[in-house]
Design a protein around this ligand. Structure first.
Ligand code: ZN
Length: 235
């Protein structure tokens, strides 16, 4: 899971992460920055310094990751702007080769409100492709072809985001809520993303059909796929 800022993984994919770890799978979050300049308005208004804000956001994100059962790594690449570089891409290649993920989650490629998000996505995708190249010099074996899922951005319509995959996160929603509550710097998001999970849960039930025994209070997360789904059975 590659995220531009410290909080992104919690709002948008906390359910997916908690589901994976609840099955005993490994989840690793890479935060390219702390979101120190662009997503920490409350701390700036409170008069904190840049270094203090980075420390606060780091601790919050570590707590949220712990709540979700995930490992977390910060690359401290700076935000607003998050500047793309070959060095950062190379660091991500090394993460891919080390973790060997079965699935990659990142931001969608369009976000007219926040250039850091598409920048993170471009680097995540480029690094995935490079990690597949046998001749690319980095420790470990060449990566296979883990599917890429784009998680839901804050303004989905403007980001050309349309739910293609609805993930049932009902059993772990309490964990996601607790992880969100580890981020008081963005307290205004807690209820917003709880409400969104309810709406995606309603869509999930509608698309699953009425007779599958889904809980009344289904909670969901929406994703898009970058690459085709590979299967030998259509249903
Ligand atoms: Zn962000």
């Amino acid at each position: 899971m590659i995220s531009a800022h410290a909080g992104d993984f919690v709002w948008r994919a906390g359910g997916a992460i908690a589901l994976a770890t609840s099955r005993g799978e490994r989840a690793k979050v890479v935060c390219l920055s702390y979101g120190e300049r662009g997503e920490s308005a409350k701390a700036w208004r409170a008069g904190k310094t840049l270094e203090e804000i980075k420390a606060i956001r780091r601790e919050e994100a570590e707590n949220a990751a712990a709540e979700l059962g995930a490992e977390i790594e910060f690359l401290d690449a700076g935000d607003y702007p998050l500047v793309e570089s070959q060095e950062l891409v190379d660091r991500l290649v090394r993460v891919y080769r080390d973790v060997v993920p079965d699935v990659v989650l990142t931001h969608p490629l369009a976000d007219p409100y926040n250039g850091d998000h598409p920048a993170a996505a471009r680097m995540a995708l480029q690094a995935r492709v490079l990690a597949q190249a046998i001749g690319y010099e980095a420790p470990g074996e060449p990566l296979g072809a883990p599917p890429v899922f784009f998680f839901e951005p804050h303004q989905p319509e403007q980001c050309d985001f349309k739910p293609e995959v609805l993930l049932d996160i009902t059993p772990v929603f309490d964990k996601k809520r607790k992880a969100m509550e580890c981020l008081p710097a963005q307290q205004h998001m807690w209820d917003y993303y709880t409400d969104l999970a309810k709406r995606r849960g309603v869509q999930l039930k509608r698309n699953a059909g009425p007779n599958l025994g889904l809980a009344h209070d289904t909670m969901g997360e929406a994703y898009m796929r970058l690459y085709p789904q590979v299967t030998d059975v259509l249903s």
